[in-house]
Ligand binder design. Structure first.
Ligand code: SF4
Length: 511
């Protein structure tokens, strides 16, 4: 019996941008008695189900975006006689759907790190349960990824996780409901060991694949300090101190390392944190800006963000501290108007944002927006081929409406076109070359422009294309770009790189 772990994807680029970390974590959770699992990432190449034999176990990890292609894969795998198991954020929310449509024998809800071994055991004995509840495990139980099973040349960037969960509650986001609002922060040592392992292999760029790298704000601390009972304050302070401890260790790593993470905009009020990030080689961060007006921010329950000129100033603060921003914007919010596209593009320029992504409002399951939409529409939800559009991920890509929720003043096509225009303008050759002046060496500036164009093809054009021919052209161009970037981003391996030690450990060993 062999264990297969597959990351399904609609698009296969040949080379991937970021390692799908969950596959390598699940590999670590596979008991040694079953041998090394076979890992297949369809964002590199499609999975050939002919390699499955009767009695093999296939673990398929899906999120809402790849649920349909994952279900098709599961059905083919079941027809080959394999035990089919689903996990990931989407099956956590809709376990029955994977059983009904994906040919699943079993579904794992929540974290797979601990329960996966049991699932394989039950499959091997021919009696898997329909549903396993992996829950939200404690951070001390998070597994280190099996990077030894990765093909180094297949990816541009590696990924390491330092914390799961986010204390916020944005209306369009399901993270705080699936991963929880209590930050589960990993101890610093296993994190730094993984980072060192990746640099030894020749990765220079590493994404800190966290829900929110800045889980405790200064305001959280101020509020907790006002309480008579100091337990909450001490808990938050310990989390913050651990962040600084991790960053102090990262600062001792080779200076050619570049980390990228996700944080909330409030971190700009915390210069000490930003400076520690910069010292730790965390040079970029994805910040969910979402909207540039107070009305738009209210639409998404994100009024802790700023708007207008204050927003520009806040975003420039990151640059002043040496952190480059990938800004994320949403179009199609109820308060958006035709001029919102230009206003957003203009703000992105003024705020010195290095990279940006522009998405159209899609109510994803597990979010407040989704629940509101289903509740309000009830039986009047429009259908495509008998599938309600609220189950948009089950509609084949070509037939899936580009805009799902009706907008008060703009048509779906108007919003799609406006969004596409903003992508094209932001990533025009001129604009990308101008933004590349943050780098000195010509080679790095060229890499920056290539990266900008890849962003446009792989993330802008594949999602917004109106026909499959364009999407497949975008996939091809994205693949060429990824392969170029892989070479540009790689560094010579450093097999002898040592793991830095905490000052406390160093002092103890000296004594
Ligand atoms: S969008 Fe970001 S800040 Fe908001 S809940 Fe999700 S992870 Fe947290």
């Amino acid at each position: 019996m062999r264990v297969h772990i597959v990351n399904p994807s609609h698009f296969s680029f040949g080379t991937g941008f970021i390692t799908p970390r969950w596959m390598f974590v699940l590999a670590a959770a596979t008991p040694a008695k079953w041998g090394d699992p076979v890992l297949s990432d369809e964002s590199l190449e499609p999975f050939d189900t002919n390699q499955l034999e009767t009695g093999d176990v296939i673990g398929i990890g899906v999120h809402t975006g790849n649920a349909l292609v994952g279900y098709e894969l599961g059905q083919r795998a079941r027809a080959r006689g394999a035990w089919v198991v689903y996990g990931g954020s989407h099956p956590t929310l809709f376990p029955e759907e994977a059983l009904e449509r994906g040919g699943a024998h079993a579904v794992v809800k929540g974290d797979g790190d601990v329960v996966w071994g049991q699932v394989i055991e039950d499959c091997a004995s021919g009696a898997p349960k329909r549903i396993y509840d992996g829950g939200r495990i404690d951070a001390s139980k998070f597994r280190k990824a099996r990077w030894d099973l990765m093909r180094r040349k297949s990816y541009c960037w590696a990924s390491v996780q330092t914390v799961r969960g986010c204390p916020k509650h944005c209306s369009f986001c399901s993270v705080w409901r699936t991963d929880g609002q209590k930050p589960r922060q990993r101890e610093v040592n296993p994190v730094i060991e993984e980072i060192v392992e990746l640099r030894r292999m020749g990765f220079r760029f590493i994404a800190l694949a966290d829900d929110n790298f800045y889980p405790v704000t200064l305001e959280d601390l101020r509020m907790a300090a006002r309480r008579e009972d100091k337990a909450r304050y001490n808990e938050l302070k310990a989390l913050r101190d651990e962040r600084f401890e991790l960053m102090a260790l990262m600062a001792q790593l080779p200076s050619d390392l570049n980390f990228f993470t996700q944080i909330t905009m409030e971190s700009a009020e915390d210069p000490e944190f930003l400076d520690a990030m910069r010292a730790a080689h965390i040079k970029g961060a994805l910040v969910g800006i979402e909207a540039v007006t107070p009305e738009g921010l209210k639409d998404v329950y994100k009024d802790f963000n700023l708007a207008g000129d204050e927003l520009v100033e806040r975003l420039q603060t990151f640059r002043k501290h040496g952190i480059y921003i990938l800004g994320s914007f949403i179009f199609g919010l109820p308060s958006d108007r035709p001029h919102t596209f230009d206003a957003t593009a203009d703000l992105a320029k003024r705020a010195d944002i290095t990279f940006a992504q522009f998405v159209t409002l899609t109510p994803f399951p597990g979010t407040l927006d989704f629940e509101k939409w289903e509740r309000e529409k009830g039986a009047d939800m429009p259908m495509v081929d008998g599938i309600p559009v609220s189950r948009h991920w089950l509609i084949p890509q070509g037939k899936r409406p580009k805009l799902l929720t009706p907008h008060p003043v703009m048509s779906g096509e108007q919003i799609r076109q406006g969004t596409q225009n903003v992508w094209n303008n932001f990533y025009s050759l001129n604009a990308a070359w101008k933004r590349s002046d943050i780098l000195k060496a010509f080679r790095n500036r060229v890499a920056f422009v290539v990266a900008s164009k890849v962003m446009l093809q792989a993330f802008g054009n594949t999602g917004l294309s109106t026909d499959s021919a364009r999407a497949s052209r975008a996939t091809k161009l994205g693949g060429i770009g990824f392969s170029l970037l892989q070479k540009m981003f790689a560094a010579p391996p450093l097999p002898d790189l040592m793991v830095p030690e905490t000052p406390r450990a160093t002092e103890e060993s000296a004594a």
